[in-house]
Design a protein around this ligand. Structure first.
Ligand code: ME8
Length: 637
């Protein structure tokens, strides 16, 4: 397949929280592939982004007392910072809140509706809010979400349905005819089973919350978050907006996703495309999970590793290398700092770093730091050259099959071979014998092997590759054009050798960490007992003026009242334990003080999205009200 374009995507991540190393895993792989295809001379489109909408995000924002947009803006900024720090060379970043994207989603929805594949009905079903997914009763496990194991809720509402059942046979035929469409093969079998067990039409709208793309023909409804999110792959390549871009890149070559969302990408997504009469992506790859202590890392379990801390300590390339090399692509793999340090020490500091350092030192010593004109090639040299050429082919073959860790293994085998070449050619003996021609050949070969290694590792560890070429004094772009033996020009002036990766002494590191912990504990212990809170502590509590617009008894509790409180830009339901002190009708119109960023919770079956403040004296209680006619939503401070 020698197409001259390549379109690759990552999932667009939820900005419900900061990203962890699992998200970095997918994105680093996508970046390495994007760089590799650019290296081959292709025109590449690599997109990532953020999945800004959905009920979960709306709820989190409410609990923090900010608007959903304010909330996601803050988190999405941390996505972009992380990608910059990891050298992720994305071409575009799609946010589902972008206007350009919302236009596409609405148009896609309208087109599918116009052809009769979206229709109006009623939804009653089990919904998992954290996963934003509806489930058939038969798919629940022990009445819980089969993906995350959390409780599901029964919902009934007017809704629009997508006739996906109609496309099941066509999809099955497509999967049969295109064996590479779903990879790895084990996931393909799972998906085929899933489709054969019966596809039900999919509910693609929601009511009850507003943080989503409005349904064009039904005010008050928003488009289901997955319908919205998947469409980003069309927005990203200019669908309905930039015909030239779309013609160049669609269909996508590779949607890279974690295995848990393969179902959305290989069933719902292709059916959306069929309903639009568009070509299907060439491949969806559902990779395995990065585990921590053999358990899936996830924000809700709280067992996540922050990639920023790892970059601070070890640098971006070490993290990239570890993620790409350690885990057999497609399978699950464990993350541990010990394994990371081992890779850094063995592969990066020792094999690669030492080879560069010792080679440059010898070139400096024997030829004043200038690459010499090589003497005749001997068998040992031919061996090295042949292996270099073979390595390039092996790497290409592995990357064609997305065997990323194996591509790196092949490069490291060549690095190992080059280290062995130093020992076998024994330049120190040749120098002693004053065989300048032979010595020149050996030094040239070392410089050339290193130049090729830099070209080969660039897609994976780009900063290291750049530093290698800089030290070698080579000024050339990273491109397959330069990945040929013999490209190094004699007379090139090399630069002083600098270590690429410092070796990490595990014992020293542990001692330093222990000392840091101890000094932290000491500082804590020596602090006087806190009698005061700081102004920052106080400011964490967001207090607002709320106008009570409705009040009534709680259906299941005599002491509680259920209030509807206007906070200016939204109305909240608040459950308050004041039934013995106030009649509901006396409350309507009162201006009370509400804690606006309290985590919502259910009180005897009724959701409470805040708290009203009251003064208490023994059994007596009085609500805190506002002395002046200030508008609802005013800040209390
Ligand atoms: O699912 N190991 O977003 P999300 C490996 N918004 N990869 C992991 C991982 C782990 N432990 N944890 C996360 C969503 N990932 C939707 C996507 S796309 C149209 C919409 C990676 O923030 C992996 O790629 O939950 C996984 O599929 C993705 O992050 C889930 O990110």
């Amino acid at each position: 397949m020698s197409k001259d374009t390549y379109y690759i995507t990552t999932p667009i991540y939820y900005p419900s929280d900061r990203l962890h190393i699992g998200h970095a895993y997918t994105t680093v792989i996508a970046d390495a592939l994007a760089r590799y295809h650019r290296f081959l001379g292709k025109k590449v489109l690599f997109i990532t982004g953020s999945d800004d909408h959905g009920q979960k995000i709306e709820k989190i924002a409410a609990s923090r007392g900010v608007t959903p947009k304010e909330y996601v803006d803050g988190i999405v900024a941390t996505f972009r910072q992380l990608w910059t720090r990891l050298n992720i060379s994305y071409d575009d970043f799609i946010r589902t809140t972008d206007e350009r994207h919302q236009r596409v989603v609405q148009e896609v929805f309208q087109r599918i509706y116009d052809r009769g594949d979206i229709y109006k009905g009623y939804y009653e079903g089990w919904y998992c809010t954290p996963c934003e997914a509806f489930w058939l009763e038969s798919k629940l496990e022990d009445h819980k979400c089969p993906d995350c194991g959390r409780p599901v809720e029964l919902l009934r509402e007017e809704a629009y349905y997508f006739r996906i059942s109609k496309y099941a046979d066509r999809l099955l035929a497509y999967i049969e005819e295109n064996p590479d469409f779903i990879q790895p093969a084990s996931r393909k079998n799972e998906m085929v089973q899933f489709i054969k067990s019966g596809l039900e039409d999919l509910c693609v709208t929601r009511t009850g919350f507003s943080w989503g793309v409005p349904v064009p023909m039904a005010p008050g409804h928003v488009i289901y978050v997955w319908f919205d999110a998947l469409t980003n792959y069309l927005t990203g390549c200019g669908y309905l907006q930039d015909e030239e871009l779309f013609k160049t890149f669609w269909p996508a070559d590779l949607h890279l996703v974690g295995k848990e969302i393969t179902r959305f990408h290989t069933i719902i997504w292709p059916i959306i495309l069929m309903a639009l009469d568009l070509e299907l992506p060439r491949q969806v790859f559902g990779h395995g999970w990065l585990l921590l202590d053999s358990d899936k890392m996830s924000k809700s379990k709280g067992n996540v590793v922050d990639p920023n801390e790892l970059i601070d300590e070890f640098g971006a390339d070490a993290i990239r290398y570890f993620l790409l090399r350690e885990i057999s692509f497609g399978s699950d793999g464990n993350f541990s700092v010990e394994a990371l340090i081992q890779r850094i020490n063995a592969d990066l500091a020792n094999d690669l770093g030492n080879l560069l350092h010792r080679s440059l030192s010898m070139i400096k010593k024997y030829f004043d730091g200038v690459i010499p004109t090589p003497g005749p090639e001997e068998e040992l040299d031919r061996d090295l050259r042949t292996m270099a050429e073979r390595t390039c082919q092996t790497v290409d073959r592995h990357l064609e099959q997305l065997e990323i860790n194996e591509a790196l293994e092949a490069i490291w085998a060549f690095i190992g071979r080059t280290n062995k070449y130093v020992d076998e050619s024994a330049p120190w003996n040749v120098a002693k014998a004053e065989d300048r021609e032979r010595l020149a050949r050996i030094m040239y070969n070392l410089g050339e092997a290193l130049r090729l290694i830099a070209q080969l590792v660039w897609p994976f560890i780009p900063t290291t590759a750049e530093r290698m070429l800089q030290q070698l004094g080579v000024k050339e772009e990273f491109s397959v054009k330069h990945r040929q033996w013999g490209g190094l020009k004699p007379e090139t002036a090399t630069n002083p050798a600098e270590p690429l990766f410092p070796r990490i002494d595990i014992k020293e590191r542990e001692a330093a960490l222990a000392a840091k912990e101890a000094s932290k504990a000491e500082t804590e212990a020596s602090k006087p007992e806190e009698e005061f809170i700081s102004i920052e502590d106080f400011q964490k509590v967001k207090l607002r003026v709320g106008k009570v617009i409705q009040a009534g008894p709680h259906p299941n509790a005599d002491r509680l009242l259920v209030l509807k409180v206007d906070l200016g830009d939204e109305v909240r339901q608040v459950v308050a334990g004041i039934a013995q002190h106030y009649a509901p009708e006396d409350l309507v119109g009162k201006r009370v003080v509400v804690v606006a960023n309290l985590k919502p919770s259910k009180l005897r079956g009724e959701i409470s999205e805040g708290m009203v403040l009251a003064a208490v004296d023994g059994k007596d209680l009085g609500l805190i009200t506002v002395d002046k006619d200030l508008p609802a939503g005013s800040i209390v401070r």
